[in-house]
Structure formats: C-alpha cells, structure tokens
Design a protein around this ligand. Structure first.
Ligand code: NOJ
Length: 714
C-alpha cells in the first residue's frame, strides 16, 4: 500500500477539509466537466471544488472520466475523486424494489441483482453505492419501507449480507465491483407515526434485538462505508451520536471503514436543536466519528477555526482524511482513477439481454399471490381481456429510488400480453382522478370481455424518501372504480403495483384473485404476464404484514406478548389486546403467499423434548403437495421463548427452507435447533440463552397456531 499517511501530512487543513466533503453532482452542468454551482443554499469556495474528495449522483463513463481528468489537474495532491450514487436495486436494468425482492426469500437472487447493478454501475464510472438500506421497517405509512427488506430481523440480516457481497465481491478493486455503503445507522425505520425524518425512541434492548442485526451483518460482510441516519435516536441525532459510531460501530463491531453523513444531515443538527450553529454542528459530527460531510459544508467552513480554538484536534481530522484515502486505495483509484469506466463496455453491458433476463426472473420470484379463487392461472384460450386501471398500459414500473433507470425501457402490461399471447387485450385508462365517462368506458369493456384485470396501485412517488402517507388505502378513486367493476358480478383479477403494504380489505374480499406485483422493475410486466398465464408459479412471501386499516400500523408479527392477549384464560376478550372497532390481526400476515398448488403440513415433530446446553434438537414436519401441479413452498421455522428475564417476542423467524414438490409428492423438512437460536440480549449475562420452555412452529406463515414444545436447561 502506498504511504497514505505521508499524503495526509502534505495536505493543508483546507485541503483536508475538501477531501472529507462531498459535492452534489447536480452542480456539474449537463455536458460540462466543470462545477457550475448547485441548487442547495451553500456557498462553495473554488478551492473546495478543486480539491473535493467525492461527488454524489453523477454517472456515465464519458462524463465521469472527463470530470476525473479535470479534477486530477486541479487537485493539489492529485488525489482521485470518488464517484458515489444511489444504485439501490439496479443501475439501468432495474430490479424489483428491495421490499419486493425480499419477498423472494432468496438472498442468492438479491446477490445476483447486486452483482449486475455493480457491473453496470462500474462500467458507467461509479465507485460506490449507497446500498444496502438495513433499516427494519414496521410501519407501512413510512414511504421508505419500499427500500427495505421488510419487518423481520433474521431476513433483513441475510439480505444485508447478500447485497454487500454482490456489490463488493472479495475485492472492491477487482473488475466490475463497487464499494457498498450501508445505511442509515441507526433505527431510521421507526420514525414516529411513520413520518419520514421524524424522531425515534428505542430501548437498547430493542435496538440490539431488532434493529442492529442487519447493520452488523453488512459490517461483517465487509461493507466499506456506513451512512448516518436523519433521525434523533433517544434524544441524540444519529449524525452526532458518539455512542452509535464510536462505541457500537467502531469499538464493538470493529468497523474500520468510512462514515458519511446523510445528505446535509450535519447542518440539520441545528434544526434538531442539538447544535447552536454550524461550527458546533461540525464539531459534534467530527466527535461522533463522521468522516465525510455530504453536500453541506460545515467542515470546510469551520473546522480550521475549531482546531485553532482547541475544540477539535488535527489528529481527528487526519484520521477522517486517512480513512477516505484508504478507501480510494482499496478501490485501486490511485493506480487507475477511472477504474472500470468504459464507454464500450457501457454499451455492451448496460441493459443487455442477460441482465434483462435476470431482472425478469427475479421479478417473477418477488410477486406475492395474495388471493386466488381458482381464476389463475389464466386460460390461454381466453378471447378478450379487459385491462383496466392506472397501471394497465403504464410504464411506471420503477419506484422513486431508480435514479438511473428510465421508464422508456419498461414495457406496459398490455404490451407484455400482446407480445406473449394472441388474446385480444383492450385497456381503459386509469382512474386516479374521478372521470365518470372513463369509468363507463371501462365498464363497457369489462362487460364484453372474458377476463377482467384491474391494474391498480400507487404512483411511484407515493413511496420512497419523504413520501409518507397517513392513509394507506389505494389512492384516488381506485376503490370506487374497483367497486363499480365488482358490481358487474364477473370474476375480477387485481394486480397491484405499489411500494408499501396497502390496506385493501374490500379488494381482498371481492376480487377473485389478487397478485402483489410491487414496483417490479424494467422487466416487471413480462414477469407479471409469466405469472398470470401460469408460465411461472408465484412463490413470493410477504416480508411485511398487510393491515386491514392504517390505524393498526405499526403492525408486525414478532411483537412482544401482552399481559392481556386475546383468548386469555384470565380475562374475557373484551379486556384483551385489541381494537374495539376493527381487527387486531393483519389482513395478510408476515410470511404469507399462495401459489398454484396447495400444501398440507403434518405435525411438528421434535427429536427430543429436553435440550441441554451444547445439544441440538431436530424439528421436522412432513409437507405434502396436495394440489394438481408442481409448486414451491417456503417452509418457515419460528421459535418462542415462553418466559425470560425480559419479555420475548410471540415468535421469531429462525430459519426457512424452500421445497419444490411435484403433485402428490411429500417430503420431511428438517431444521436443527441449537443454543445460538435461543439467545437474546439479556441484562445480566449478555447475549445468552435462558433456561425454560420454547415453542417450535414449522409453518406456512406467521399466523399458524400449531406448535411443539421443548425445555432448555444448563
Ligand atoms: C438521502 C437519503 O436519505 C439517502 O438514503 C441517500 O443515499 C442520500 N440522500 C444520497 O442520495
């Protein structure tokens, strides 16, 4: 490794401050390689622009190379720029949203998507992506649930690891690899009221049990960078939180990479009421261990004075600069500042057939069949299909975090049907606004068609950053429109395009089939057709519970038990954990999803009912395909600790296995239960298993009641 400490020594304080500042790429004019200024309200010194360490949000091999070349001419120490971007679920070949991909229950597929995203991004000049998002999400009002892997701790950690491995491989300097920045540390997913940027409160117990595991998994997988979160956590904004970054991240977890603030989060310490002015904000962020400031420039403007006044030491700054240089060295940028940027390869790989094919396969696996009265799969000899609703002939298949993806590269549901079948497809325009004549036009089409498909959902800009909703029903007049179509008394298939769980009890009741397609990406509608026509059997399982009503949010399966559960022996249901005016259980639980065949579960069998420390128990269950076609079942293992020194969740996912069975075939599915699975963050003995009774569920989803029990003892 080259002598990076020596480079740091050569740098002036101003050079150092520029190195740990990140410029917003929108400041570079479209075809220019010079910085023209940005639309944020910050004044930028020319010296800072000339010596800045990294840029956010620019891509394209030619453009990146031109900017890099210019930068190497202006940078006092010839330090290459680092190009970062939000490549969240694909670069131009867009995969389904992360929430959708999590419904595959196949981290291997997520890894493939990340490898492809990295390859397209790398040849287009990028060095680092702000992904994975490891925030645990339990409140469907929060728009950013679309970027998460759902509500479960165990799955969330598996996916975090898969993303990092996919982007980085074993060595970020190797071809087509980019560095990964996990975000947003920490607990950003529990913004109060589901309102983005809002405050969060969580006990250390629940942070360690529920929220930390996925961030830790990404750190253990070698993620090079960590981003702070916008929220204040237990009274201290993350971007100034020494406990989070110094104690937990660096000391406890041994993270040696770089920490970056979220966009302008350092100046936001003032709005939080945690810093009186920009100088204090900069000091608090540096003290917390935030190496790079994204977009705002309190570091550049104030750190020199803070050092002169003895409020910060130059050694603190040197450490931050050094870490940034290490990342550049690890990416190989000192040897080749252009890394994989290559116009030829960009043409060859971006949106190439094999990437599109992978996107189609992953999209098929991510869709969740929520209901099916037997209308699906569709008969291929249907003569006429009425495709109705806002998504029937729409290219809006990309969620709001598909920054480099383009709708023009997607096809519509109608086009996908026409491409694949001879069925006559007629579509009527969408009903987001109330347009009576259009509704009647749609009704006429529906009346004269063999099959009716209602393609409903949310606009892509209704989920994602800052897109929180206080009502999570279908927006606009879609419910009303659906009601009109249901009233025809014909069988109706609903396909949903959305970024969050929706409260759709009426649709669930009246539709003959409901397919949750999410925002399925570039190849999404080809995948929808594959599923509707039975060329692919749906196998996705929900990773977030769907409520009946928004008032149930946050609703998630692994909650702590109440002293007054439903069906309690001591109390009538009147005085139990419930809502008096609606359901307490979800409309569709975590883990739920149908396919085109049915499976029957036998009893849960345990190899023994006493388990001593260091022993294991085998839990098994015979699963039989009792339907008429081959299918894949996601068999889920849940455990419940019946009594502990702290209250424990009513069940927690501990494993799962996907089994493919032919019609009539059965198989015994086995799980080994060891002490590790019983451990939690106790107050007295640290991460440990406590003696007592445990319940074992082997089930199709988190709502199943049948279980077996064993006793654990030392
Ligand atoms: C703000 C978002 O919170 C974060 O997720 C994203 O990576 C940055 N902006 C950069 O675009």
């Amino acid at each position: 490794m080259r002598d990076l400490r020596n480079i740091v020594e050569q740098m002036s304080i101003k050079d150092k401050m520029a190195e740990i500042t990140q410029l917003c790429g929108s400041g570079y004019g479209e075809d220019e390689n010079v910085f023209m200024g940005i639309d944020y309200q910050f004044e930028l010194a020319q010296h800072m622009v000339d010596n800045v360490g990294s840029v956010l949000g620019i891509s394209g091999a030619g453009r990146v190379k031109a900017i890099q070349k210019k930068h190497l001419e202006t940078s006092a120490h010839k330090i290459p720029l680092l190009f970062m971007h939000d490549i969240i679920h694909g670069y131009k070949t867009i995969f389904p949203s992360p929430l959708a991909m999590s419904c595959t229950w196949q981290p291997g597929l997520v890894k493939v998507s990340a490898e492809i995203a990295a390859k397209e991004a790398a040849v287009s000049g990028l060095h680092l992506t702000f992904s994975p998002m490891c925030d645990l999400a339990r409140d469907a009002r929060w728009g950013r649930v679309v970027e998460t892997s759902g509500e479960d701790v165990y799955l969330n950690a598996l996916y975090a690891k898969a993303y990092v491995e996919g982007y980085q491989g074993n060595d970020v300097s190797s071809r087509y690899k980019i560095a990964s920045c996990l975000k947003h540390f920490a607990a950003y997913g529990i913004a109060e009221g589901g309102r983005d940027y809002h405050t969060t409160e969580a006990s250390e117990y629940s942070l360690r049990e529920y929220h930390f595991p996925a961030y830790k998994a990404a750190v253990d997988a070698g993620a090079k960078m960590v981003m702070t979160s916008f929220n204040a956590l237990n009274g201290i904004p993350s971007t100034g939180n020494q406990w989070l970054f110094q104690d937990v991240l660096r000391k406890e977890w041994g993270f040696a990479g770089t920490v970056i603030s979220d966009c302008t989060a350092i100046v936001e310490l003032i709005h939080h009421g945690f810093a009186a002015d920009e100088a204090e904000a900069a000091k608090k962020a540096i003290d917390a261990g935030v190496d790079i400031e994204m977009v705002s420039n309190t570091y550049y403007n104030h750190v020199q004075r803070l050092i002169e006044n003895g409020k910060l030491t130059e050694a603190q700054i040197d450490e931050a600069v050094y870490r940034v240089l290490v990342m550049k060295e690890e990416l190989g940028l000192f040897d080749n500042p252009y890394k994989d940027a290559d116009e030829g390869l960009e043409k060859q790989y971006v949106l190439c057939d094999s990437h599109r094919q992978a996107a189609r396969e992953i999209a098929r696996e991510s869709m969740v069949l929520l209901k099916n009265d037997g209308v699906l799969p569709l008969e291929k000899n249907a003569e006429k299909i009425a495709l109705l609703g806002p998504f029937a002939d729409s290219r809006q298949m990309l969620d709001s975090w598909s920054v480099c993806g383009e709708e023009k590269d997607c096809i519509t549901l109608k086009e996908a049907f026409l491409e694949k079948t001879d069925i006559k497809c007629v579509s009527a325009p969408g009903i987001m606004k109330y347009e009576e004549t259009r509704i009647e036009e749609a009704v006429k089409l529906a009346e004269s068609s063999d099959v009716i498909i209602l393609a409903l959902g949310e606009d892509p800009l209704m989920s994602g950053e800052s897109n929180s909703r206080m009502d999570i029903a279908l927006p606009g007049y879609q419910e009303l429109f659906a009601e009109r179509i249901f009233s025809l008394g014909k069988s109706v298939i609903v396909v949903l395009y959305n970024g969050r769980p929706l409260a759709i009890p009426n649709i669930a009741k009246k539709a003959s089939a409901v397919l949750e397609a999410w925002f399925p990406g570039t190849e999404g509608n080809r995948a929808v057709c594959d599923v509707l026509l039975g060329d692919h059997s749906p196998g996705g399982r929900l990773t977030m519970s769907f409520p009946y009503a928004v008032g149930q949010c946050p609703i998630y399966y692994d909650r702590y038990s109440s002293g007054r559960p439903a069906k309690d022996v001591y109390h009538s249901d009147r005085f139990s954990l419930r809502y008096m005016d609606g359901q307490s259980v979800p409309l569709y639980p975590f883990g739920y999803g149908l396919t085109y065949t049915q499976f029957k579960y036998g009893d849960v069998i345990l190899s023994k009912h006493l388990m001593k420390k260091n022993e294991t128990i085998m839990a098994s269950c015979v699963i039989k395909n009792v339907g008429e076609r081959q299918g894949t079942e996601t068999v889920q293992l849940y455990l419940r600790d019946m009594a502990g020194s702290l209250v424990r969740p009513i069940r927690m996912l501990k494993g799962f296995e996907r089994v493919t069975l032919k019609e009539g075939e059965e198989r015994e599915v086995r799980f080994m239960i060891g002490e590790e699975m019983l451990k939690f963050h106790t107050l007295e003995t640290g991460f440990a298993a406590e003696q007592g009774k445990f319940r074992v569920y082997i089930a199709r989803d988190a709502s199943v009641e049948e279980y077996a029990e064993f006793e654990f003892f030392y």
